[in-house]
Design a protein around this ligand. Structure first.
Ligand code: NAD
Ligand code: MG
Length: 296
């Protein structure tokens, strides 16, 4: 087998050794993870694909949302990020990356499970950035549970408020202000198609996100607004070490994919850029898998 430095091997391009077991309280800080996820801080290079655009990224402090936020800024967009107040340390790092890219950054901490906050967040993003035309809705809540008996109504309520209800609340607030050409990207999961027996509530919520996205896309297509969905497979992020997986599943996390390893957040950000930019102008109501080869 030859090697070519211009074609890095996707099997070995990112970590494939086992991950160390580790546990943080929800929602976790990625700066304290072992190893720290790769969100493109060192590698992502922009080429002006989102020049002049204004983006709101939920879950923008860490993981997949952070990778999207950094890429958006390096592509020329101003970026507002939402996260939980306890994630301020991760969020401050992202603010620095956005500003180092020469773009405006707005930090909007708050709980997406709160309808009033969702509306206020959209207003704050619009006023801080002077408009809004990319909505990347990435935040999500995942709690592993061995049995349906262990899923309390409080947990069910939280998972659905954050993963599903917040999409309705945020889009209702934003839609009257979105001009034609604006783009919305939601974040589902492989588990919407191949549900996990340890993620009953989460899998159901991710199925709902897929259906919501495709229905919304049809509704707003005549207004020139496109809506698409990203369905990640196993990606190394804080969500996995703060209750989203059981400890025993962490070392081999992602090893059951055809590529034989977990993904890193940086491997998704190019798709979030593509779906936000006008280069995807004929694509709406679609779901894109980034799963290391598992089928949706
Ligand atoms: P992450 O923990 O880095 O990001 C999730 C973010 O959700 C957190 O940073 C937090 O800011 C936000 N969040 C959670 N509850 C919130 C609340 N009540 N209010 C406001 N924000 C809240 O993990 P990630 O893996 O990058 O997650 C991003 C998205 O990707 C999620 O929707 C997740 O379901 C989805 N996803 C992840 C994987 C994976 O393997 N990591 C797989 C499929 C789908
Ligand atoms: Mg986080």
């Amino acid at each position: 087998m030859g090697t070519n430095k211009n074609t890095p091997n996707p099997v070995t391009a990112y970590r494939r050794e086992e991950f160390p077991k580790q546990k943080q309280a929800f929602p976790g800080l990625q700066k304290d993870m072992q190893p720290v996820p790769d969100c493109g801080e060192k590698s992502y290079k922009g080429t002006g694909r989102l020049k002049g655009r204004k983006a709101l990224v939920t879950g923008g402090d860490s993981g997949i949302g952070r990778a999207a936020a950094i890429a958006y800024a390096r592509e020329g967009a101003d970026v507002a990020i939402n996260y939980l107040p306890v994630e301020e340390a991760d969020a401050q790092e992202v603010k620095r990356y956005i500003e180092e890219a020469g773009q405006k950054a707005a930090l909007l901490p708050g709980d997406l499970g709160d309808e009033a906050f969702c509306g206020a967040m959209v207003e704050q993003a619009r006023s801080a950035l002077g408009g809004l035309d990319i909505m990347a809705l990435v935040a999500g809540r995942q709690v592993a549970a061995k049995s349906i008996e262990d899923i309390t109504t409080a947990q069910l309520d939280e998972v659905f408020r954050v993963n599903v209800y917040s999409l309705f609340w945020i889009i209702k607030a934003a839609l009257p202000h979105l001009a034609p050409g604006s783009t919305i990207i939601t974040t589902s999961s492989i588990v919407a198609y191949d549900p996990s027996k340890h993620l009953l509530d989460y899998s159901a919520s991710k199925g709902a996100i897929k259906a919501f996205t495709q229905a919304l896309a049809k509704q707003v297509a005549p207004q020139g607004i496109r809506v698409n969905c990203v369905a990640p497979g196993p990606v190394w992020t804080a969500l996995q070490v703060s209750g989203g997986q059981f400890q025993e599943a962490l070392p081999e996390f992602g090893h059951d994919t055809p590529l034989g390893r977990a993904g890193q957040p940086v491997e998704l950000c190019g798709l979030y850029v593509h779906l936000a930019s006008e280069e995807s102008s004929y694509t709406t109501a679609e779901v894109y898998a980034v799963t290391g080869g598992r089928h949706i």
